[in-house]
Design a protein around this ligand. Structure first.
Ligand code: SF4
Length: 457
């Protein structure tokens, strides 16, 4: 690990990112009783249903307002939307509805804010506009837009101006499952860091409760690198202080994350160092599988810089890491990145293909839009969507980062070919599903079987 200024190249290249509508899956699981309406085309509906493997669920927390030519021609989509929201309101009774856009030009012209405002007034239920689409250059933008909309909604109910508490407390920002929320809460408590909660909570009342306690003495710490709009909005609305550190990703990132907070609050970080050592002992065997492996990271979710830092700290040889854009919250991550790792912002994918051909990496971490192309060329490929949808924050989850990496190919193929897969692949898919759903405790038998598959490889 080193403290230095990283050289960043900007290529202004083409963007190939997985559609941000994919955030519907994790967000609907993490914010209970929320509902998502996508105003889109049949392609969007198909993408959400197939991509998230949730087409069989009768009570799935999302639906689609698929626009026909007549609706677009008339320019009035409020009526069909009104009927849909009325049905949802009477049926699932959600606490909040997110109204998501899509990338068809006609739909981009609709004023989602105006529509949401009218629907909120009519049904007396918060309808939050999320102006996102496949045109965004990061698959994480959907989640950032949805959470920043949630900040607006919370502010409309309460502004932190009346807060009297003068004690500084940490508010972690980023959507997490109940399991991860509990793990992070326990870790904050163990390290004696004053802690107010996580925004958003796992339901709307919990989210409102946290926002009620946010004010100028709140120390806002982002959990993910892609929340710049949400963080900016929280800062503007609540006058909070933003804390810059690493992201709690991996044993190394979590160690710096908690140590920096301990230093800020003047408490000893000895327990943090002990926790980091013990987590490393737990994951060392699996992490060693990546030792000296050449890794090339092409990202679309802004996770790439922390992932590169983690891989290089466990001994992998990261040759290049590209990210759609760099934002201020990545400052500390960039400053400790191993020298020699080439960082590329908005990479030109065609130049990257050439560099990959030249470098011949052992593994390519790539988003799903490109992963199969690399698979077809014979590269072991790890789809970034696994990171985006998995639980890996804090010390408690750090080992999951290495548990699935050597099987990137199997996981990727499994996702695309649900039928006719081997028993081994079916097992890997089951494990992946558990991780993406936040059920991350694998049984002893599963771990043994997993290690056996590793040995075979
Ligand atoms: S928003 Fe665009 S990229 Fe995303 S699913 Fe719909 S058509 Fe595809």
């Amino acid at each position: 690990m080193t403290d230095q200024t990283t050289n960043i190249t900007r290529e202004n290249g083409c963007y190939y990112s997985w559609c941000p509508l994919s955030c519907i899956g994790p967000l609907s699981r993490r914010i209970k009783n929320s509902y998502f309406i996508n105003i889109g085309t049949r392609e969007c509906a198909y993408f959400i249903q197939m991509g998230l493997s949730r087409r069989d669920e009768l009570d799935a927390p999302f639906s689609f307002a698929i626009l026909e030519d007549a609706d677009i021609g008339s320019g009035n989509i409020f009526e069909p939307l009104r009927g849909l929201v009325g049905k949802i309101h009477g049926g699932s009774k959600p606490e909040v509805i997110f109204l998501m856009g899509s990338c068809s030009t006609e739909i981009m012209k609709f004023d989602l804010f105006e529509l949401s405002h009218k629907l909120t007034a009519e049904f007396n239920i918060p309808v939050i506009p999320v102006q996102t689409s496949g045109m965004c250059n990061s698959q994480a933008d959907g989640e950032d837009m949805a959470l920043s909309g949630l900040v607006d909604f919370c502010c409309s109910r309460f502004t932190g101006a009346e807060l009297e508490d003068e004690t500084e407390k940490v508010v972690l920002v980023g959507s997490v499952s109940e399991y991860t929320a509990l793990m992070l809460k326990n870790e904050m408590k163990k390290f004696r860091i004053p802690f107010a909660g996580i925004f958003p909570g796992n339901n709307i009342s919990g989210t409102l409760e946290i926002s009620k306690n946010m004010g100028k003495n709140s120390i806002i710490v982002p959990l993910y690198p892609y929340l710049s709009k949400t963080i900016r909005k929280i800062k503007q609305r609540y006058k909070c202080k933003i804390f810059n550190t690493t992201f709690p990703i991996g044993h190394d990132g979590s160690k710096i994350f908690y140590s920096d907070l301990c230093e800020h609050f003047g408490v000893s970080a000895d327990a943090v160092c002990d926790a980091a050592d013990s987590v490393w002992k737990d994951m060392e065997v699996k992490a060693n599988l990546l030792k000296n492996r050449k890794i090339f990271i092409i990202g679309d979710g802004l996770f790439e810089i922390p992932a590169a830092r983690f891989f290089s700290n466990i001994g992998a040889n990261v040759v290049e890491v590209s990210t759609p854009r760099i934002n201020p919250s990545m400052g500390k991550e960039l400053s400790i990145l191993e020298p020699g790792i080439s960082v590329v912002e908005a990479a030109d994918v065609f130049s990257q293909f050439k560099r990959i051909e030249r470098e011949k990496p052992d593994m390519v971490v790539a988003h799903l839009s490109l992963a199969r192309a690399f698979q077809a060329q014979g590269f072991l490929t790890f789809p970034t969507v696994i990171y985006m949808r998995s639980e890996f924050l804090g010390f408690s989850n750090a080992k999951h980062l290495v548990e699935f990496v050597p099987h990137g190919t199997d996981i990727g193929v499994g996702l695309f070919h649900p039928k006719g897969i081997s028993e081994e692949r079916a097992f890997m898919r089951e494990v992946t599903k558990k991780v993406s759903e936040g059920v991350v405790k694998l049984s002893k038998e599963e771990i043994e079987k997993y290690l056996k598959v590793l040995d075979k490889k």
